[in-house]
Design a protein around this ligand. Sequence first.
Ligand SMILES: [Zn+2]
Length: 279
Amino acid sequence: MSPISVTLLGTGSPLPDANRAGPSTLVTAGSSHYLVDAGRGVLMRLAGAGVAASQLSAVLITHLHSDHLTDLTDVITTRWVMSFAPTPLTIVGPPGTGEVVDHLLAALGPDIGYRMAHHADLGYRPPVEVVEVEDGPVEVAGEATVFCAPTDHKPVHPSIGFRFDHGGASVVVAGDTVPCIGLDELCAGAGALVHTAIRKDIISAIGIQRLVDTLDYHSSVEEAAQTAARNGVSTLVLTHYVPAFPSGGGDEWRELAAAHFTGRIEMGDDLLRVDVDPT
Ligand SMILES: [Zn+2]
């Protein structure tokens, strides 16, 4: 068994898709599970991967765009209600995460009140601990060693990527970013890079301004591949497909990436699992 595996829980984007959940990636290191981002439908896909909310060592948020955290409330609530003893949830994210989580908990106020009043053994509110980070080691439970570094998703700021190391294997989850020095440093010699990407050629040809606006703060398929190649990454895992391709498709995406990166390229449907071996 590989020391680390990556499961693409949600390969979609803000555009609703019947077959693709919102951005979310599960990193499993040994027996520890780390959830990176919590987009639309995350707990449905986490169930599909055979993991319960109570089993997560931490939730790590790359940035505060809604598509990356819209179902964080579901993670908070489900972990609280489906655990039979206080099970603190660690949420790691860039500065500003604490304020967002405070507001989410405020929005859940009536629900929290109802459940505590109804269940005699639920005598505590959802135990949530927020850790705000920008650069350097991330102190979380579980078997992986976790680092973060700033990415460049401006004007969305701050944004961060994460690197997980375990048993000689390593994976970087970039989130949304254009190529940047912070991501390069995380990626140096990594076994795998999970990178969101958009087809800038297609989006610019469609020409709808609201979509064209997104070109300047995402990486194209080619740019994601170049980041992997430049930093000696073994496997490139593409996700967050804009526009999405049908199940079994993606050949053009693969060709665009392969023109810049000679390593292994993985992409596909929600719940695609990629094993990451030691490098
Ligand atoms: Zn974003």
